[in-house]
Design a protein. Structure first.
Length: 120
């Protein structure tokens, strides 16, 4: 297993300062395109969880075009559930694990840290 960099942001992940952090981190990866996995777990209790992360995905694709982010969404909204908060099928744990292992950049942001810890 390789090690990587971990960045913890309290908020502002889609602000101009947040963009600078994403830019710094993606530059360190050294490959283009950057495979991005958006882990939706922290907001999985909300019916609009996927919508929240689609906005983040669109932000990354637009704001960090020079890295050509290839965004994948990892629903994983609820532990041991075949359905996410919007009653859509969630990826199997093997699918979710594969997306995370293949990613160059994993983002898991807005939502509840407590909810995320319980369900991850």
């Amino acid at each position: 297993m390789t090690s990587g960099t971990l960045a913890l942001l309290g908020s502002g992940e889609t602000s101009s300062q947040g963009r600078k952090i994403h830019d710094y981190l993606m530059a360190r990866i050294g490959t283009v395109p950057v495979r991005v996995a958006l882990l939706e777990t922290p907001v999985g209790f909300q019916p609009n969880a996927h919508d929240v992360y689609q906005k983040i995905g669109a932000y990354l694709e637009k704001s960090l075009q020079n890295y050509r982010p290839q965004v994948e969404y990892v629903a994983a909204h609820r532990k041991e559930s075949a359905l996410d908060a919007a009653n859509r099928p969630s990826p199997s744990s093997a699918d979710a694990e594969g997306l995370l292992l293949e990613a160059d950049y994993i983002f898991s942001g807005p939502g509840s840290p407590t909810y995320a810890a319980r369900n991850l």
